[in-house]
Design a protein around this ligand. Structure first.
Ligand SMILES: Cc1cc2nc3c(=O)[nH]c(=O)nc-3n(C[C@H](O)[C@H](O)[C@H](O)COP(=O)(O)OP(=O)(O)OC[C@H]3O[C@@H](n4cnc5c(N)ncnc54)[C@H](O)[C@@H]3O)c2cc1C
Length: 429
């Protein structure tokens, strides 16, 4: 069969790798680079490219680890960088590790009973399965009932608010179960960054005779006498190609635009029910680190507007970036949020005073370069109705399959799941 794979992120690439064992495969990617949300970029004074938005792996991300092995890539490595959360107590910021039961027991801002209730529930989430009640109740409701209001307000509310905005109270408990169940203290990175792995996959696909079309946007997919027709814009030139099967890895909001004359309104209507926030990541290249020795800092106070600071060079050696430090500042926002339309310089000006408050040494720090990345539809919202509308691999049209970001549920989106979905889709074609 001749198969078109729509999208050249990890889902599309993993699908192409397996599907090309049996079929003729063509990948279409709108951007000039492969890798989608996990893609990276390079600067002449750096030795390694870096991701446009912070990326790491967990020690139990076995799907991507196995995929790397299958493609002959051995650059994934693990270490245990310091992670912490920033709380505000009586107007003062306090940075505390928050990873282990001992961290919870040492935590000063919860009474003993709240700590015991929280520890019991966290143990059940860490060790137990995803049970039906987690799919019926919101995390807010479940955690408030089981661990108490104070525990929710102090430990979780800001994390949910910053990741899901006004939808924070709607997010299913199964999402929190997956976060806690899956999390490992050991984190993985890739020698040469994720883009080096993506380039390796691209080469492996070339060797397997997969046709990869970058800078090529799929405009629409139609069906004509049993065959699929892909209408394509390739660097401004419009063409049409015929296929026996299609695998779409496009984000759910894009799929209905591309397939509106293929599927009926009932099927496509489901996709409009799924909601997302957009990711905004700033990457700062500085002389000194923004955070002294912490890699990952969750910001658990409403008085600092960002969600996290990821001091990449407290995880990956700065020697790979010309001896300079790289740090990410992350937000999840609605498209209408004023921060989205701010110029990068304005954004930095607005956030810098917070970085000075978090670490006074930043008063002497200097930004050498900065980069911003906006990822639309980057954070699916696993809300209470999500399960009614979640896409499936199989669609009403024979030989048209979907494998996209929404289908990682209950796990938060990640390259590990993108690979898993792509490989499942390939096994179905
Ligand atoms: C801020 C942020 C932080 C993250 N952190 C991590 C992390 O630490 N670890 C981790 O493993 N994962 C992380 N992820 C998630 C990870 O990046 C994604 O889950 C994964 O890359 C998704 O791959 P995908 O192929 O499913 O989708 P995508 O990467 O979105 O790929 C879809 C592709 O389709 C292309 N496309 C769209 N429309 C068209 C069209 N009409 N025609 C042709 N092509 C089109 C897009 O350009 C894109 O390349 C993070 C994501 C974000 C946004």
């Amino acid at each position: 069969m001749k198969i078109a794979i729509l999208g050249g992120g990890f889902s599309g690439l993993a699908c192409a790798f397996d599907a090309s064992n049996k079929h003729d495969v063509v990948v279409y990617e709108r951007s000039s680079v492969l890798g989608g949300l996990a893609s990276g970029f390079f600067q002449p004074h750096w030795e390694w490219p870096v991701e446009r938005a912070y990326h790491h792996l967990f020690a139990n991300d076995t799907d991507i680890i196995n995929f790397a092995r299958d493609t002959g890539f051995n650059g994934i490595y693990f270490s245990t960088p310091t992670t912490a959360s920033l709380f505000e107590v009586s107007g003062k910021y306090e940075t505390t590790p928050f990873d282990t039961p001992a961290d919870l027991l040492r935590f000063r801002h919860l009474d003993v009973l709240s700590k015991l209730r929280t520890a019991t529930i966290l143990a059940a989430l860490k060790l137990g399965p995803n049970i039906p009640i987690y799919e019926r109740m919101g995390a807010h409701e479940f955690m408030t009932k089981t661990t108490g209001e104070r525990s929710w307000n102090i430990l979780w509310e800001q994390l949910f608010r910053k990741k899901f905005g006004k939808y924070a109270e709607n997010i299913l408990m199964s999402f929190l179960w997956a976060r806690i169940h899956k999390r490992t203290k050991r984190l993985g990175y890739i020698r040469g960054g994720f883009q080096t792995f993506i380039n390796h996959i691209e080469k492996a696909l070339n060797d397997k005779k997969v046709h990869i079309n970058k800078k090529t946007q799929i405009l629409s997919i139609k069906q004509n006498r049993g065959e699929y027709e892909a209408f394509i814009d390739q660097s401004g030139q419009r063409t049409k190609e015929k296929f026996d099967a299609i695998v779409s890895t496009l984000p759910s909001p894009i799929l209905p635009k591309v397939t509106k004359s293929l599927f009926d309104g009932d099927y496509l209507g489901r996709f409009s029910k799924l909601r997302y926030l957009n990711a905004l990541a700033l990457l700062l290249e500085t002389k000194q680190p923004i955070l002294d020795d912490i890699y990952w800092l969750n910001i658990c106070t409403p008085s600092i507007p960002m969600m996290l600071i990821g001091q990449h060079t407290n995880f990956v050696d700065k020697k790979h970036y010309g001896g300079n430090h790289l740090s990410y500042i992350g937000y999840y926002l609605e498209a209408s949020d004023p921060l989205v339309s701010m110029k990068k310089e304005e954004l930095i000006k607005a956030l810098w005073p917070y970085l000075e408050k978090i670490n006074p040494k930043n008063k002497e720090n200097k930004i050498l370069k900065s980069f911003s990345f906006y990822g639309p539809y980057a954070q699916p919202l696993f809300e209470k109705d999500f399960l009614k509308y979640k896409p499936d691999f199989v669609t009403p049209k024979k030989n048209f399959y979907v494998a996209n970001l929404d289908m990682t549920y209950p796990y938060d989106r990640g390259t590990n799941y993108a690979v898993k979905l792509g490989r499942i889709a390939a096994s179905l074609v």
